[in-house]
Write a protein that binds this ligand. Structure first.
Ligand code: IVH
Length: 667
């Protein structure tokens, strides 16, 4: 086989595997094999760039940076849909269709209304040549480089029978699991959380760095086909054609003859939609017969042959009883609305988040207002508006506090920051408690028997006011407390004692320095080796450490500048905590310099044990894949997004067996 033939063969084979994995969810080779083949292809393409094909799977990793997206005028305007909220409106819609169809027979095709971002894909000779956002419906942004990173956007159509030119429209969505994972990661890194999957998808598609786009898991569902000359008679056939060319579909499309069938479909999905891996906000109902559509016609905004049935936003109206202000571990003050209890989407809601001062202003909240609360993609309900008619004309506007509700210190709000903070970090009770709770938490010092309630009690009784005080607690002090029996006192002291054995990285994470999450703590611990070395590092030094940005560096330097903190560290050292990177007990550094991401479950060891094995051998655990990652250790049910990313980034995926084999051969 010539290199050219080999490249062609591997490209086709890998695209087929990608399709089986992402579209059909029926992989037929292991990730390891896939990975090997992808690497082989990469090497061949590197040696013979002239033979690289436009639909090469190596194209999906991204790389192109777009300064400004080119504007592209749609071949046919991208219309929107008229909305309806009741069966009566659907009946009316059907009557109008019947009239406009002039007595010709017709059926309807029903499908999920994906709550995502619509995208138009252009294919020439079966190759993807362009991907355009909806924009204002007339023209949108050319985001081809970004769209190529989505595994379910075919780079080349499969099968046969497609015309030279065609356009496929559909929706890009972020699966709910991927969205939740993304937010989890952001939380760990101290980044603001993203509001919902749809906005996140929209934002991601407009990112300028296509490599960053490739890191986000998104799915494209194709639902509309346009060709210059008609090649089908019904939309149902279009769906079948799209599937045969390799487009992923919901599989939920159904052709209905009668209104009753439509109503049944609507009720069916009203329930089942909550079990879907993505969000839908309704159902799209379209006339199935394509030749009837132009006869029925469009308005300037929307077709007359289609309508969206929207599931009602789950909202409720209730009274704002009061606004309380909560102070967190970092001193951030968050307003929370206390509401008259109201039933919303199956649960009783008593509180809603309001985020910050700007939000109070935006909503124009007044005391005793009647407010509208909604449960959207977010877990915590939010206030979306005020029913002005019900407002008491005497009511005063809600004002943000000027002083900390817990310690009375004047709040600060920094330029460009939407949040207020209580600057009294050392003695403001919720901050003190929050820091100790964090220090004792499972991922930090993991102190058995030291949960939120006990910490609150210890602080309220003035036995502790910082984490160093924990190590001075005595049995006598504890048993004298209310609800503390001898046994629980002993257990707590044993838990505190045991925490002295926790590795340096855990202590560092436990200190609660802002933006120093688990991963960053491990990196810093490994890089500097001791608290003394870390404390001596300058802002510039810190920024040289891979993956440590200016924001983190600033906080670390700031932490060590505070003399109270230095004093606390001194006391922790005296109590015998590990403030230095311990020597490897095995003496082996076989995995030194190798980074791992772990996904899935393992049969012979727990995830935590796998982590420890890697770290003991000098390897590094990362929470997310980047091109610098060396291995993805994939157990059973490993996340498809991770596997995909690993494949795209050319990272070796190893199974549990392979891993154990690898390390056993090492000592
Ligand atoms: S068909 C004339 N099918 O809903 C538009 N649209 O509110 C006919 N949408 O801009 C489009 N899921 O982005 C169609 N299964 C689906 C859809 C869908 C979501 C979006 C589409 C459109 C918007 C209109």
């Amino acid at each position: 086989m010539t290199p050219q033939e080999h490249i062609q063969q591997l490209t086709e084979e890998l695209n087929q595997h990608n399709y089986r994995y992402y579209v059909l969810a029926q992989p037929s080779i292991s990730d390891f094999e896939f990975d090997q083949k992808l690497k082989e292809l990469e090497a061949l393409e590197h040696a013979h760039p002239e033979f690289k094909l436009p639909d090469s799977p190596t194209e999906r990793v991204g790389g192109a940076i777009t300064k400004e997206f080119a504007n592209f005028t749609h071949v046919r305007p991208m219309l929107s849909l008229n909305n309806s909220y009741s069966r009566d409106e659907i009946t009316e819609f059907d009557q109008q269709v019947m009239k406009l169809a002039g007595g010709k027979p017709y059926t309807y095709i029903l499908e999920h209304k994906f709550d995502g971002v619509s995208l138009s894909l252009h294919y020439e000779q079966g190759q993807l040549v362009r991907a355009v956002t909806r924009g204002d419906g007339v023209a949108g942004d050319d985001i081809t480089a970004n769209a190529k990173t989505i595994p379910t956007v075919p780079l080349k159509l499969m099968g046969t029978g497609y015309p030279d030119q065609l356009e496929v429209r559909g929706e890009v969505v972020m699966p709910l699991v991927a969205f939740a994972e993304l937010n989890q990661q952001r939380e760990q890194e101290g980044l603001p959380l993203l509001a919902n999957p749809r906005n996140t998808t929209a934002g991601t598609l407009k990112m300028q760095d296509s490599k960053a786009v490739a890191q986000r898991e998104m799915t494209f569902y194709g639902y509309q086909l346009f060709t210059d000359d008609p090649i089908t008679q019904t939309d149902e056939e279009n769906f079948q054609l799209l599937a045969s060319w390799g487009f992923k579909q919901s599989g939920a499309d159904r052709t209905c003859q009668k209104l009753e069938d439509i109503f049944e479909y609507l009720s069916e999905w009203e329930e089942k939609r909550h079990d879907l891996p993505y969000e839908i906000d309704g159902i799209v109902i379209k006339v199935n017969e394509l030749e009837l559509r132009p006869e029925i016609g469009n308005t300037s905004k929307a077709p007359r042959w289609a309508i969206a049935y929207k599931y009602k936003a789950e909202d409720a109206v209730t009274k704002l009883e009061s606004v309380s202000f909560q102070v967190g571990r970092t001193g951030k003050v968050t307003p929370v609305a206390n509401l008259s209890p109201v039933l919303l989407a199956g649960t009783t809601v008593k509180r809603a988040s309001i985020h910050n001062a700007d939000e109070i202003g935006r909503l124009g909240l007044h005391e005793g207002d009647t407010v509208r609360v909604e449960k959207g993609g977010e877990i915590i309900p939010k206030i979306t508006g005020v029913v002005l008619d019900s407002r008491n004309p005497e009511a005063k506007p809600i004002k943000f506090l000027t002083h900390c509700p817990d310690c009375g210190t004047e709040l600060v709000r920094e330029e460009g920051d939407a949040n207020h903070y209580c600057p009294n970090t050392t003695s403001c009770p919720p901050q003190v408690k929050g820091r100790i709770i964090h220090f004792a938490s499972r991922k930090a010092m993991d102190i058995d028997g030291l949960g939120t309630e006990i910490v609150n009690q210890l602080v309220d009784e003035r036995l502790v006011s910082n984490y160093a005080d924990l190590y001075d607690l005595t049995f006598e002090q504890l048993v004298s407390l209310e609800r503390f029996a001898e046994l629980s006192a002993q257990n707590l002291l044993a838990g505190i004692e045991a925490s002295k054995e926790k590795p340096f990285a855990k202590v560092l994470f436990g200190l609660g320095i802002r933006f120093v999450g688990e991963t960053v703590a491990k990196k810093l611990a490994r890089h500097y080796g001791s608290i003394t070395a870390l404390g001596a590092a300058s802002q510039e030094d810190l920024e040289q450490v891979p993956d440590i940005g200016g924001r983190i560096a600033e906080r670390v330097v700031e932490f060590f500048e505070i003399s109270d903190n230095r004093e606390l560290l001194e006391r922790l050292q005296q109590s015998g905590l590990r403030l230095e990177q311990e020597e490897k007990s095995t003496g082996s550094n076989a995995l030194s310099g190798k980074s791992f991401v772990i996904s899935g479950v393992f049969s012979s060891h727990s995830r935590e044990e796998m982590k420890q094995m890697i770290e003991t051998l000098g390897g590094e655990i990362k929470s997310s894949l980047s091109k610098k990652t060396h291995f993805l250790l994939a157990g059973e049910n490993a996340g498809p997004s991770k596997l995909n990313k690993a494949q795209n980034l050319g990272i070796t995926v190893i199974s549990e067996e392979e891993f154990l084999h690898l390390i056993n051969g090492m000592d």
